[in-house]
Design a protein around this ligand. Structure first.
Ligand code: ACM
Ligand code: ZN
Length: 485
C-alpha cells in the first residue's frame, strides 16, 4: 500500500483491509452515520473528507470499529482524508485470561477489555476454574469460595514446581494467596463493560479434569475423597490426577448446577467446558466410575470423557448455548455441534483415542477456534534480550505470532469451519498486571492483525514499522508494552 508520510506517521493497527488516501487533512469532526445492509458483519466504510466524516455499516459493531479506526487516525485535532473499506477475515478474534493460577481482578480485566477493543478483538475467554483456584461464586455452593478460592502457599518467584513432590514443597513461598473470586455483581459489571466494547465473554468451567479446587470444597465429588483431606486447591503447577468422579450422580448434578447458573448469568452464545489434560487413573480404580461404564454400555475408561462431553454439549444446547472445549474433548464420539479450541499444532495420541488436530476437527465438521501454543501462547518466551519476566518455556517471538495462519493445514473445503483464533494468557508464571501486559503487548497486536486481515496481512516489515508508532500509543496509556525486539 502506497501511503503518504502523514499516514505513515499515524500507523493503524490492525491495518484496514482497504485504504485510499484522497489527499489533505480535515478538522471537520462532524460524523454522519449510514446503515447499509450490504456491509459485512462487523465491517464498515469510513470516508474522511473536507465536508466531514461518514461511517457506513450494517451493524453496531461495524460502527464501533469505525470509531476505533478514527481514534487511531486522529493526529492532533485533524484527520488525514481517507476512504476505508474494512471487515474482519475471522469472526472469532479472542484473548483468554487464566485468573486461577494468578488472579488479576476487575480493574485489570477492564483494561484488558479496553485494549482488546482497540485492536478489534471480540471474544474474552475467561478461565475461571482450575486445580489451583475457583474464582466464581456460585449460589447454593458456598464451600467453593470458602475452600476453593484461596491457597496456603504458591510456587515462589523464579521456581519451577509441577509435581507436588517433596522437593517441590521446598519451592513454596508459605504466603496465603486469596481468597480471590468474582461475585455475581462483579461479573455483571464486567459483562456490561465488555458489551459496550462489542466483546462477548466466553466463561470457562473446566471439567472433568482441572477441578481440584472444586474438589477441595466438595471432596465427595472425587473418586478418592481422602486425597482432598487438606481442603485446599493444588499448590504447585502441573496436572492434577484427582478429577471429577463420573460415577457419582451428585458430582454431575453439581456441574449441572454450576453450568445452569453460568448459562443464566452470561448472555453470550458459547460456554467453554474445558476438557483438556484429564488423567484417567482415578476412574480406573473407582468402583462408581466402573459401575458407570457398565451401566452406560461404554467400552472402557477411555469412553467416560466422551460420555460426559456428550452430556454437557446437550445440556448447554438445551439452554441455548454452544459448547466449546480444548481439543481433547473432541476425542471419541462427540456431536458435530461441539466447537473445538485447538491448542496443539499437531495431532498426538492419548487417552485411548487418536487426538484430533484443529484441522482434522474441521474436516470432521466441527467449528474450530485455532489457538495453537506455537503461535498463540503468550506465556512462551518473547526472545527479548535481558527480558526481566519469567516464562513457562517455549519460544514465541513477535514475528512468529505475526506468521500465524489459522487456516494453514486446513483443506479448502473445511475452512468454513475455522471461526478464527485467540491468544491465550496462562498465568502460572505471570504474577500481576505489569507482567501480564508485557507478555500480551505487542504480541497481541500481531495476532489481532492476523485475525482481522487473514491472508491480506501486509507482512511483518510493514507491521513492525507501524508498531514502532503504535507501541508509543500503548505506552502513553500506561501499558507495560514490551519492546519490538
Ligand atoms: C491447555 O493448554 N492445557 C489447554
Ligand atoms: Zn469415580
Amino acid at each position: 500500500m502506497n501511503i503518504s508520510p502523514i499516514l505513515a506517521a499515524i500507523a493503524l493497527v490492525p491495518q484496514p483491509a482497504k485504504l485510499v488516501e484522497t489527499g489533505g487533512v480535515t478538522k471537520n469532526a462532524e460524523i454522519r452515520y449510514v446503515t447499509d445492509s450490504a456491509v459485512p458483519a462487523e465491517g464498515y466504510r469510513l470516508k474522511v473528507a473536507a465536508d466531514g466524516i461518514t461511517v457506513t455499516s450494517s451493524d453496531a459493531a461495524g460502527r464501533f470499529y469505525a470509531g476505533v479506526t478514527l481514534a487511531q487516525l486522529k493526529d492532533g485535532n485533524s484527520w488525514p482524508c481517507v476512504e476505508i473499506e474494512d471487515a474482519p477475515a475471522y469472526r472469532w478474534r479472542g484473548a483468554h485470561l487464566d485468573e486461577c493460577r494468578h488472579f488479576f481482578g476487575k480493574e485489570t480485566v477492564k483494561q484488558m477489555l479496553d485494549l482488546m477493543a482497540q485492536h478489534k478483538l471480540n471474544r474474552f475467554h475467561w478461565h475461571l476454574t482450575e486445580d489451583q483456584g475457583w474464582r466464581l461464586d456460585i449460589p447454593g455452593y458456598p464451600e467453593l469460595i470458602k475452600y476453593g478460592a484461596a491457597r496456603s502457599a504458591s510456587v515462589r518467584h523464579g521456581q519451577r514446581a509441577t509435581k507436588g513432590s517433596k522437593e517441590d514443597a521446598d519451592k513454596l513461598n508459605g504466603v496465603k494467596y486469596g481468597p480471590y473470586y468474582y461475585t455475581e455483581a462483579d461479573v455483571r459489571e464486567i459483562i456490561a463493560y465488555a458489551a459496550e466494547r462489542h466483546i462477548t465473554i466466553v466463561p470457562e468451567i473446566e471439567l472433568p479434569g482441572h477441578v481440584f479446587a472444586a474438589l477441595a470444597a466438595y471432596p465427595e465429588f472425587a473418586c478418592v475423597p481422602a486425597n482432598l483431606a487438606a481442603r485446599e486447591p493444588r499448590l504447585v503447577w502441573g496436572i492434577e490426577k484427582d478429577v471429577l468422579c463420573l460415577g457419582n450422580d451428585k458430582a454431575i448434578k453439581f456441574m449441572e448446577d454450576v453450568l445452569d447458573y453460568v448459562c443464566r448469568l452470561f448472555p453470550g452464545d458459547v460456554v467453554h467446558i474445558g476438557g483438556d489434560e484429564c488423567p484417567q487413573v482415578r476412574w480406573k480404580d473407582c468402583p462408581k466410575c466402573q459401575a458407570r461404564i457398565k451401566a452406560e454400555g461404554l467400552k472402557d475408561v477411555h469412553d467416560l470423557q466422551p460420555w460426559i462431553t456428550r452430556h454437557f454439549v446437550k445440556f448447554l444446547e438445551a439452554r441455548g448455548k454452544r459448547a466449546l472445549g480444548w481439543d481433547e474433548y473432541l476425542l471419541g464420539d462427540v456431536p458435530k455441534s461441539a466447537i473445538g479450541m485447538s491448542w496443539r499444532t499437531r495431532p498426538k495420541s492419548g487417552a485411548g483415542h487418536a487426538l484430533v488436530s484443529g484441522a482434522q476437527a474441521a474436516v470432521r465438521g466441527h467449528d474450530v477456534v485455532m489457538t495453537p501454543n506455537k503461535f498463540c501462547y503468550l506465556d512462551y518466551g518473547q526472545c527479548l534480550p535481558n527480558d526481566p519476566f519469567q516464562y513457562i518455556g517455549g519460544k514465541l517471538p513477535l514475528e512468529t505470532c505475526y506468521s500465524f495462519d489459522p487456516c494453514a493445514d486446513v483443506p479448502a473445503e473445511a475452512r468454513k469451519h475455522i471461526l478464527g483464533g485467540q491468544c491465550n494468557n496462562w498465568s502460572e508464571y505471570t504474577w500481576n498486571e505489569y507482567d501480564l501486559a508485557w507478555k500480551m503487548w505487542p504480541r497481541t497486536c500481531a495476532l489481532a492483525e492476523v485475525f482481522w486481515l487473514g491472508d491480506a496481512k501486509p507482512g511483518f516489515a510493514d507491521f513492525k514499522r507501524r508498531m514502532a508508532t503504535h507501541r508509543g500509543r500503548l505506552i502513553a496509556q500506561g501499558v507495560n508494552c514490551a519492546p519490538l525486539e
